[in-house]
Ligand binder design. Structure first.
Ligand SMILES: Cc1cc2nc3c(=O)[nH]c(=O)nc-3n(C[C@H](O)[C@H](O)[C@H](O)COP(=O)(O)O)c2cc1C
Length: 169
């Protein structure tokens, strides 16, 4: 599949089958993060695969409604950016981590694994961060969901390229 086709094939899935993604496969997906552009070679991306105890701890602090949503996918990976406190560098490191996340999602799509980049509010709270062990100085960027697709997402609507590109003189 060409990169354009892969980018188009990546969709946000919200219903997954019960089979978790094997550890070896996850490591292969997460290894693609290394190839994201990163200024000063900071390599700020951090990924934590949630085990059952960590997920249970997060669900305890999340509240009942959110806890149910945390059960949607069999494999959850927390994505954060390790920041330095320098404003310009932090902005670039957040961008680098987002680029790394997209590579991981595309690598999953290439293997037929369904994905969902989610930012639950609980991971923006002190108790949520503590439950999954996000240290001070790391920015939460996403709780990445992986698994087998239970159904196809609805057709996608996006603006044509002419809407957001300008060729300057
Ligand atoms: C930084 C970021 C955070 C997101 N957080 C959520 C979220 O919390 N809940 C959600 O339903 N979708 C979330 N999404 C997914 C978008 O809603 C999704 O990409 C959009 O609906 C377009 O669908 P597509 O991914 O299938 O193209 C997030 C996407 C990004 C890039």
């Amino acid at each position: 599949m060409s990169l354009s086709d892969l980018a188009a094939a990546r969709r946000t899935h919200k219903a997954f089958g019960p089979e978790p993604v094997p550890r070896e496969t996850l490591l292969e997906l997460l290894a693609t993060a290394r190839f994201a552009p990163t200024h000063h070679l900071n390599q700020p991306w951090r990924f934590r695969v949630l085990g059952p105890e960590t997920l249970a701890a997060l669900k305890r602090v999340a509240g009942e409604k959110e806890a149910q949503k945390l059960d949607r996918a069999p494999t959850l990976v927390l994505a954060t950016a390790a920041l330095t406190g320098d404003l310009a560098m932090d902005e670039e490191d957040v961008c680098a981590t987002a680029a790394a996340i997209q590579l991981v999602l595309l690598a999953a799509t290439e293997r037929g694994i369904a994905t969902y980049w989610r930012t639950p509010q609980v991971l923006r709270t002190k108790t949520g961060r503590e439950a999954v062990g996000i240290p001070h100085g790391e920015r939460f960027l996403g709780l990445l969901h992986f698994g087998t697709a239970e159904r196809d997402p609805s057709p996608r609507e996006r603006e044509p390229v002419e809407r957001y590109v300008e060729f300057l003189p």
